[in-house]
Ligand binder design. Structure first.
Ligand SMILES: [Mn+2]
Length: 200
């Protein structure tokens, strides 16, 4: 097996708008310590770690006096980078993952291909402007940033749902479960990359 010894990454990013430190472990236990300054966003990232069995520590000093935009988008960029770095050469992993996540009246599907090519297909129908201090427009911005920085094909589609808290939370959990599957090792690959090109 060509399994990577430790699939972890620590990324920092500092701009005039945000100062972010993020630690990510693909093979974690679902433990997290999140402090973005945005309560609902902390709730989403905590759920992502828990349901994907990732370990995730995130500390952000963002320009929340402006609004939540830079903080959420930049965490997406850094999380995407950390996923890419932790995955390394992607040898022996399933590469594809998908999950249908129900939450009460809501059903959201997430499908992932860790293809090396960024692409987001986003189809959530959110009705309110914000949940807590989290602007709902930022859900798409976050997942776009993750897909681009991680170089993954990320497809998120809502099949039902009325409550925006449920819909967003279902999307984050579906993303976690799909990524957990895509990053799992498949012994039949015998240490090789799952691609006819031989590389991802
Ligand atoms: Mn909730």
């Amino acid at each position: 097996m060509a399994e990577k010894a430790a699939r972890i990454a620590k990324c920092t990013r500092t701009t005039n708008e945000t100062d972010i430190t993020l630690e990510f472990n693909i093979d974690g236990k679902g433990q997290s310590k999140i402090d973005t300054g945005i309560g609902f966003f902390d709730h989403m990232l905590t759920s992502f770690a828990k349901h994907g069995f990732f370990d995730l520590n995130v500390t952000v000093k963002g320009d929340l006096y402006v609004d939540c935009h830079h903080t959420i988008e930049d965490v997406g960029i850094v999380l995407g980078k950390a996923i890419k770095e932790a995955l390394g050469d992607k040898k022996a992993i399933k590469r594809f993952g998908n999950f249908f996540l129900p939450m009460d009246e809501t059903l959201v599907m997430c499908a992932i291909d860790l293809s090396g090519r960024p692409y987001l297909v986003y189809d959530l129908n959110l009705r309110t402007e914000r949940v807590g201090y989290f602007d709902t427009q930022m859900v798409k911005e976050f997942f776009y940033a993750v897909s681009y920085a991680a170089e993954m094909n990320l497809n998120i589609k809502q099949f039902s749902g009325e409550n925006d808290h449920h819909i967003i939370e279902a999307a984050f959990k579906a993303f976690a479960k799909a990524l957990d599957e895509a990053t799992t090792y498949d012994r039949r690959l015998n240490g090789k990359v799952l691609s006819t090109k031989g590389t991802l």
